[in-house]
Write a protein that binds this ligand. Structure first.
Ligand code: AMP
Ligand code: ZN
Length: 115
């Protein structure tokens, strides 16, 4: 996807503060953090969204959670963190390349959703 900003990060055409990279995924700091720790875990493969993922993507999706959580702890989320995936228009997804947010730090997060 030539106009996808996360594919550009994968290709090294855009800079990112990476904390982990292997053949399947990258974990890097969100450019506009909402908390002291805000990481994004993305597959190197362009998958538009969680809704667009298929069975063959299951392995990398598991790795995003596993490696992302290890990195969140390493970055200081030793007392927990929040994991979030925005999907599609209703989920207010802004970047259409699957990514998992890991948000935390010393401050207490607000409740997930207001009732
Ligand atoms: P979402 O609303 O789930 O699609 O979130 C997209 C996230 O990507 C936002 O939190 C942005 O701050 C973040 N973002 C956008 N561009 C970049 C970039 N070049 N490097 C790091 N994070 C980015
Ligand atoms: Zn992409």
């Amino acid at each position: 996807m030539s106009d996808c900003i996360f594919c550009k990060i994968v290709a090294g055409q855009l800079p990112a503060k990476k904390v982990f990279e292997d053949e399947d995924l990258i974990v890097f700091h969100d450019i506009n953090p909402v908390a002291p720790v805000h990481l994004l875990a993305i597959p190197k493969k362009h998958i538009e969204s969680l809704a667009a993922a298929d069975g063959e993507d299951a392995l990398v999706m598991g790795k995003l959670l596993h490696v992302g959580s290890r990195m969140a702890i390493e970055q200081g989320c030793t007392d927990g963190f929040r994991t979030l995936i925005n999907t599609g228009r209703v989920g207010r997804q802004e970047v259409y390349h699957l990514h998992v947010h890991f948000v935390g730090g010393p401050d207490v997060l607000p409740p997930m959703l207001k009732r």
